[in-house]
Write a protein that binds this ligand. Structure first.
Ligand SMILES: Nc1ccn([C@@H]2O[C@H](COP(=O)(O)O)[C@@H](O)[C@H]2O)c(=O)n1
Ligand SMILES: C[C@@]1(CO)OP(=O)(O)OP(=O)(O)OC[C@H]1O
Length: 209
C-alpha cells in the first residue's frame, strides 16, 4: 500500500451582502466571502490539497477565474473534480485536517455541522475530518478568511497479479464444469463428455503397435 500527502491553502476577503458559505454550509453572518465562485475558502483549500496529493495541478488550472462558467459556481463542483482525480490516480482519503483563520464568525460552535458537511461532500465519515479555527491575532487581517488543509491518501486495494491469476483459473474451471453439465443434460450420461474441447488422436492408438 502506498500513501500520499497533500496540502492546500486559500484566502478570501469578507464582503457585505453576500451569503457566507464555508465547507458547503450556509452560515448566518452579516458578510460573505468575495470570489469569482461562491468564495468557499475551505472547499477551495481542500480541492487544492487533494489535487496536490496526486500531483494533478491546482484549482485554477481546472477552473480558471477568467472563465465565466465558474462565476457564482458552487465550490462542490471543484471538489468533485478533485475527488475524481484522486480516484483515477488509484487513491482514497484516509483523513483530512483543516485550520480556518478568521476573526468572525466563531467556528467552534458550528464545527460539528461543518465536519458533517465536509464529510458528506468528500464521501468519508465525520470522524475522518478535523475542523479547527484561529483568529488572525497580530496579522492585521480581520477582514479576511483563510483556510489551511492537509489530506492523507492511501492506495486503493488492487488485487496482486497472483490473486488475479487464481480468480481467472477458478472462473475457468467453473465454466468447464458448467459446460459439462449442459452437455450431459443434452446427450445424457451415456457418453463420456470429459474429453470434450480437448484434442484427441483421430485414430485408434492400439493400431500403433
Ligand atoms: N474564527 C474563530 C477563531 C477562533 N476560534 C476558537 O477560539 C480559540 C482561540 O483562538 P485564538 O486565535 O485566539 O488562539 C481557537 O482555538 C478556537 O477554538 C473560533 O471558534 N473561531
Ligand atoms: C475557484 C475559482 C474559480 O474560478 O475562483 P474564486 O472563487 O475566485 O476562488 P479562488 O480560490 O480565488 O481562485 C480559484 C478559482 O479557480
Amino acid at each position: 500500500m502506498s500513501m500520499r500527502i497533500g496540502y492546500g491553502f486559500d484566502s478570501h476577503a469578507f464582503k457585505a451582502d453576500v451569503p457566507l458559505i464555508i465547507g458547503g454550509l450556509s452560515i448566518e453572518h452579516p458578510e460573505g466571502l468575495a470570489g469569482h465562485s461562491d468564495g468557499d475558502v475551505l472547499l477551495h483549500a481542500i480541492t487544492d490539497a487533494l489535487l496536490g496529493a496526486v500531483s494533478a495541478g491546482d484549482i485554477g488550472t481546472f477552473f480558471p477565474p477568467s472563465d465565466p462558467r465558474w462565476k457564482g459556481a458552487a465550490s462542490s463542483v471543484f471538489l468533485q473534480t478533485a475527488l475524481e482525480e484522486v480516484a483515477t490516480a488509484g487513491y482514497k482519503i484516509v483523513n483530512i485536517d483543516t485550520v480556518l483563520v478568521m476573526a468572525k464568525p466563531k467556528i467552534v460552535p458550528i464545527a460539528g455541522e461543518l465536519r458533517e458537511s465536509v464529510a458528506r461532500l468528500l464521501g468519508v465519515k465525520p470522524g475522518e475530518v478535523g475542523i479547527k479555527a484561529k483568529t488572525p491575532e497580530g496579522l492585521n487581517q480581520d477582514h479576511v478568511a483563510v483556510a489551511h488543509v492537509t489530506v492523507l491518501l492511501e492506495s486503493l486495494n488492487v488485487p496482486e497479479p497472483q490473486s488475479l491469476r487464481t480468480i481467472a483459473a477458478e472462473a475457468n474451471s467453473d465454466a468447464n464444469a458448467e459446460i459439462d453439465l449442459v452437455v450431459k443434460g443434452l446427450v445424457g450420461d451415456s457418453r463420456d463428455v470429459s474429453a470434450l474441447g480437448r484434442k484427441l488422436p483421430s485414430f485408434d492408438t492400439d493400431d500403433l503397435t
